[in-house]
Design a protein around this ligand. Structure first.
Ligand SMILES: Nc1ncnc2c1ncn2[C@@H]1O[C@H](COP(=O)(O)OP(=O)(O)OP(=O)(O)O)[C@@H](O)[C@H]1O
Length: 472
């Protein structure tokens, strides 16, 4: 968390990013500084805190070289809410100026989910106790029988052992309950079916018609829907599920009841404001090369930049969780800038992205490392998938070198999509195996992917440009 004392240093942040992203050292250094600066800001004097502006970053690099990945990992390292938006979508037909604010709403939505999840974790033990009692109530309904009349044994289970005399219905019920509690705790009841009441998912069921330009904005509509929702009695329905499933469903419901949503909302808004990261992709697509030019698409692109400006500069955005001030949100904009240049952005927006960093094109050697080293490397993902079937998959380095080479060549010859090419190449290489397990390749098999196998399955395609265009 951003406010914890042992927040990562810039070098530690880079080390964390290194676990997932190959190369791009400059970009990693810049984002690490920006992240640490937010922590530094929160520890500065209250007067200075409001003065310190975030070091928004402009990442320049072709598609698939790790721009989004760096930003996304940065957010997860710091537990920050994150949202990604494509600037070019705001130039689409039907776009209305106010839509750019939706990125802030998305961010706060993320933040609410994160805070809610964390709070639920905190009340988990307490909720688990309530749930245990609820399940016990279903298995052994509390005694209502008249005094002197024996209580009904629950679910046909014997409630007393031979020779044991029940003291009263109440005590008998208590003892049975304790025995069942044991059984629930050690999982003996997990498969037993019980009927539970669950809340019907999603909203009040009341739609608000209207809105859009000239009408009510999204936040106000959502507010009304929320209010109507909270006034309506919650609908429930019966479901027959196993005790194990019931525990999961009820745990979620009970945990939700134990958390104070007003507190969650306040904390989420603060968290989005101080820690949120908004990634604006394809910013180059809204840069116009002749900004002052006559009309048409340039005007609309510049319009989008003008709409983005107040949000990046710092403004108050109305959301259904309250007003969100964008002054200290970290914005990372990215683009290939093959045609337009950063200097084609309107000067005010350029000024709001003072840190420019160029990401390098990936080499064959980078591709080799991307296949092999990251914690989430594709080879590791496929190995894990097949391990689930008890099939051992391994790749030798020679095979990975060849795969890297093929991906690199196809990028050069067909279209450069960066490291994304590795996904298509790997999928092509392994699809038959993934299909054949477990029917034709049984458990305990060991499959070694070597250079010969890679050649066999992929070389034809690489040689045939028409084929690779469609398949790789
Ligand atoms: N340097 C890298 N190290 C490890 N994986 C990478 C690297 N670059 C890209 N990838 C992988 O390639 C995929 C696409 O990368 P990413 O989404 O970061 O592209 P991008 O540069 O943001 O491109 P775009 O602007 O088109 O979105 C991801 O699965 C990512 O993990």
């Amino acid at each position: 968390m951003l406010d914890s004392a042992e927040f990562l240093t810039p070098a530690q942040i880079v080390a964390e990013l290194d676990k997932y992203i190959i190369g791009q050292h400059e970009a990693k250094r810049h984002v690490a500084i920006a992240l640490r600066n937010r922590w530094r800001r929160l520890r500065s004097s209250p007067e200075m805190r409001d003065e310190i502006v975030p070091n928004n970053i402009l990442m320049i690099g072709s598609t698939g070289v790790g721009k989004t990945e760096i930003a996304r990992r940065l957010a997860s390292i710091s537990g920050a809410p994150f949202t990604k938006v494509e600037a070019s979508k705001f130039t689409e037909v039907g776009y209305v100026g106010r839509d750019v604010e939706s990125m802030v709403r998305d961010l706060v939505e993320q933040s609410v989910n994160m805070v809610k999840q964390r709070r639920k974790e905190e009340v988990k033990v307490q909720a688990a106790q309530v749930v245990e009692e609820l399940i016990l109530d279903i298995l052994i309904p509390p005694v209502t029988a008249a005094p002197g009349k024996p209580a009904q044994p629950a679910l046909g289970f014997p409630t007393t052992t031979a020779g044991e005399m029940p003291d009263s219905d109440q005590e008998l019920n208590e003892r049975t309950r304790e025995r069942f509690r044991e059984k629930i705790r050690n999982g003996e009841m997990d498969e037993r079916k019980i009927e539970i009441q669950v809340q019907q998912g999603g909203g009040s069921g009341i739609g608000v018609i209207g809105g859009g330009p000239g009408g009510m904005d999204e936040a106000s509509m959502a507010g009304i829907q929320d209010m109507l929702g909270s006034m309506m009695p919650k609908k429930t329905r019966k479901r027959k599920v196993t005790v194990a499933e019931a525990r999961k469903i009820l745990l979620d419901e009970e945990a939700a009841k134990l958390i104070d949503m007003d507190e969650v909302k306040d904390e989420a808004v603060r968290h989005a404001e101080n820690a949120g990261i908004i990634f604006i992709d394809e910013i180059d697509k809204v840069a116009s090369r002749n900004g002052k030019g006559g009309g048409g698409p340039d005007v609309s692109r510049e319009g989008v930049q003008r709409d983005l400006l107040p949000i990046v500069e710092g403004s108050a955005v109305n959301t259904k969780y309250g007003i969100v001030h964008t002054d200290h949100i970290l914005f990372i904009a990215a683009g290939a800038f093959h045609v337009a240049k950063p200097s084609d952005l309107i000067p005010e927006l350029q000024g709001r992205f003072p840190i420019r960093v160029e990401l390098q094109s990936l080499t064959k050697d980078d591709f080799f490392k991307i296949l092999k080293d990251p914690k989430n490397a594709l080879t590791k993902q496929y190995e894990a998938l097949l391990r689930a079937e008890e099939v051992e998959l391994t790749f030798d380095d020679d095979a990975l070198e060849r795969l890297a080479e093929i991906a690199f060549d196809v990028n050069n010859e067909v279209e450069n999509i960066g490291a994304r090419r590795l996904h298509t190449v790997m999928s092509r290489l392994l699809n038959d195996i993934l299909f054949d397990v477990p029917d034709r390749i049984g458990p305990n098999a060991h499959i070694l992917i070597d250079r010969v196998l890679v050649e066999e399955r992929l070389s034809d395609m690489v040689r045939n440009r028409d084929l690779s265009q469609y398949i790789l």
